[in-house]
Ligand binder design. Structure first.
Ligand code: MRU
Length: 362
């Protein structure tokens, strides 16, 4: 199922949904190998979400939508022309996909959008499959449109010459394309004729910053410096950072935001030093069913990912470790939330309620 794409494409194709496959850029192999994984079953896609071949909140939602189209195809061509069996197969796939990663709400949002399609489909399974395939592709294309809008709304928050700090990877690789936080950085690069630079937090332990964000910025020709996560305070305290922009995995009704572990620390630094702290996310990341960050489930990953580094043990053998993959930034530390319907300012509970009337929230 692994292979190299025949010709190099400058546009980053994170998730491609074809009638018989979901093709994913292999984010475990980047930045040194640009290779693609072709999944032909929903279970293969679920495995790729679980092992982080594909990661980033919007991207895993899009991949799950593609996986459900694959499940629909398999069920529709299984020989049984039975709608009850078709729906049961999709329910099983939806459950399996939803269990892969708990924090990013975009995953359950995309599954919910697809569920509405199969529950409303009033035709034979083979026709419903085509509806689901079109639906998954629309979720993909819609995500790119949302990212471009986020970029357009976010760029005016910065000015020519600014140095922007970002954490993890909230770029084309974390979405269907263009990115959220990196979408803003891309839009700044265009708007200010390249006169911006980026501090890229390396983002231990998975190194999404050093491996993925640095790679994307390099592809786009945007000036950047990779820094260790522990170096951010040094640069912020010396006035070298003009603003911070990060993505989000889930935004609660009050604006509290779950994002990659280490984001909260940055928000405290930003507050201490009066640096603006922006969250960039499509409304599919907003979960108004959770009142505050305290109700957002935080994924705890294998502690071995902390005690070792790319397969090499660094802590003493048997060392105890903890590995929360996300943390919560309180709404009071966020200057603005940039969405596809505009820049939301505090009080976020009211702003999010209004925004969710304008767009589709998760
Ligand atoms: O564990 P990951 O790599 O899936 O975590 C990703 C992040 O935390 C991103 O910042 C977030 O999903 C926003 S992506 C546009």
């Amino acid at each position: 199922m692994n292979g190299l794409r025949p010709q190099h494409k400058l546009r980053i194709e994170t998730v491609e949904i074809t009638p018989d496959a979901v093709v994913l850029i292999d984010q475990l192999a980047l930045p040194h190998d640009e290779r693609y994984v072709t999944c032909t079953t929903w279970r293969e896609v679920a495995g790729c979400i679980r092992d982080m071949t594909v990661r980033g909140a919007p991207a895993i939602g899009v991949a799950a939508a593609g996986a459900l189209a694959l499940a629909a195809r398999a069920a529709a061509f299984s020989g049984a022309d039975d709608r009850a069996a078709f729906n049961a197969a999709l329910d099983e796939a939806a459950l399996g996909l939803a269990q892969t990663r708990p924090t990013a709400v975009n995953l359950t949002w995309a599954i919910g959008e697809m569920r509405t399609l199969w529950q409303r489909c009033d035709a034979a399974p083979q026709e419903c499959w085509l509806t689901l395939l079109a639906g998954a592709r629309e979720i993909h294309d819609d995500d790119i449109r949302r990212c471009h809008a986020i970029g357009a709304f976010g760029a005016p928050l910065f000015k020519a010459g600014d140095a922007i700090l970002t954490h993890c990877n909230a770029g084309a690789l974390a979405t269907a394309g263009y990115g959220t936080a990196l979408g803003i950085i891309r839009a700044c690069h265009e708007r200010y004729d390249g006169a911006i630079s980026v501090f890229v937090d390396e983002t231990r332990p998975w190194l999404q910053g050093a491996r993925l964000t640095a790679w994307e910025l390099g592809v786009e020709g945007i000036e950047y410096s990779v820094i260790g996560d522990s170096m951010a305070g040094h640069f912020i305290s010396r006035g070298e950072v003009d603003g911070i922009v990060v993505g989000a995995d889930r935004i609660a009704a009050n604006g509290d935001t779950a994002n990659k572990i280490g984001t909260y620390t940055l928000s405290v630094l930003a507050k201490e030093h009066g640096v603006p702290f922006y969250v960039a996310a499509p409304l599919s990341t907003v979960d108004r069913s959770v009142a505050s960050g305290a109700d957002i489930p935080i994924e705890e990953r294998d502690p071995g990912e902390v005690t070792s580094f790319r397969g090499v043990q660094v802590a003493p053998v048997g060392a105890h470790a903890r590995h929360p993959a996300f943390d919560i930034t309180p709404q009071a530390s966020i200057s603005a939330i940039v969405t596809e319907v505009g820049v939301l300012r505090p009080p976020f509970d009211k702003a999010l309620r209004r925004a969710c009337l304008e767009g589709t929230c998760g």
